[in-house]
Design a protein around this ligand. Sequence first.
Ligand SMILES: Nc1nc2c(ncn2[C@@H]2O[C@H](COP(=O)(O)OP(=O)(O)O)[C@@H](O)[C@H]2O)c(=O)[nH]1
Ligand SMILES: [Mg+2]
Length: 468
Amino acid sequence: MSHFPVFAVIGHPNEGKSSVVATLVENDAIRISPRPGETVAAKSYPVTIDGKDVIAFVDTPGFQNPVQTLGWMRKFQGAESELLPAFLAEFGDDPGMAHECELLLPVLDGAGIIYVLDASRPLRQVDRAEMEILRLTGRPRMAILNCKTGEEEFLEEWKAELRRHFNMVRVFNALRATFAERLRLLESLRALEQDWEGALGRVVDAFARDWKRRNAECAALAVDFLRRVLGMTETASLSDPGERDAREAVLARRLEEGIRAEEARLHDQVCLQFRHDRRSFALPGQSVLREDLFSSTTWTVFGLGKGKLVAAAVAAGGAAGAALDLATLGHSLGLFATVGGAAAGLAALFKGEGLVRGKVMGLGIGQRRVQVGPLGSVQWVYILLDRFLLHYWYVIHWSHALRDKDFLPVPVEEGGKQGMTGSWDREARGLCAAFFKAVGDGGTEKSMELEGRMRRLLEEELERMSRL
Ligand SMILES: Nc1nc2c(ncn2[C@@H]2O[C@H](COP(=O)(O)OP(=O)(O)O)[C@@H](O)[C@H]2O)c(=O)[nH]1
Ligand SMILES: [Mg+2]
């Protein structure tokens, strides 16, 4: 037996066992497949926090022969503690019972049981056999109802049956579980077995601390990024003043490239903090984050105040106006999803890219030199922060059980936009403005202090978004 709690995740083939494990241990690489029977061997996945394994979940193959297994167990005459050793001795070499042996072995080794089932389908006789087998092991056990299709018609029937066989029953969707829901699941495991209470309490604390650390790290990365990007310039010398416009255009493009690359790096680092491989994470199809940072759409969506945005939308009329009105009525984060289409129309209002490009300041410095940048408007702070926050939101809602081929967009929750910069209070906005100015003035003591305050502001914002 290990010195940290171990839970075997058990169930019928294709009901979401591997998905639950992937979500709980934050592992993008666990094999998840629409075809039943892909997992043939049990595999333990420890969760490591601060270099220490604190808990492990064992992914197991699905039941193969539950009715026969239960028949044998019911006839077993020996002591309860002898049931599993006797079963494994009897069927260890039987290919027809290979899955049962694989999934019961960790239980024999002392693991608790998490039974995963898809409660969007009706209960069948084999399910009862599986539940009874698990009850007969005598181990602490919890059932997780993973409603794959979202259908809840059978939920109550399932719950009633499950309560007879399990110490605890919880609804938990592997693809949608937020950080808060994962934490609640771990908390409820504590109550399963008194012997584990202390250890699981420490696991819950470690998870919560680790999440806070990630948020603090992301906030620090974002402030570093802002400082660097807001100070970026491109300069070149001119041999012929007549070249100025052409040179400026080249420099502006180079500056935009540099800023885009910095932003991509920031977003990658946020993915890494949440143990996502950048290649397995994807944004929803219509996300405004897919728009180029310097596109008029981005400027329209993030760079304008809400009032102006709605006025513009109303002026544009039709669908755009309706979509945006809806957004301001409280569809909040939905704004970014809906605006994807609407903003294309809005962009026309601003005569295309010209306006945005104009925001990258072309600054004539002397006859012989030309400089582009730094970003000339405090609006960029909001644009960059909003993009950072929205990206963060998608990252923390991207389940480790999602595989790109079966991408499901995150349902955008009402209220999510509340804390994005558009609804920040005057104090926060004042801080952004002061920070922007201080960065422009160069690295003074004042700007260090403002950076610290920006970090704390962002950290609080990320903490708030984590709990939504
Ligand atoms: N729509 C939906 N599909 C799910 C959910 N959980 C798992 N799946 C899918 O069901 C299939 C089987 O999942 P998997 O975790 O491999 O099941 P296992 O055989 O029990 O390990 C995969 O295609 C998953 O993407 C869910 O909550 N919703
Ligand atoms: Mg599996």
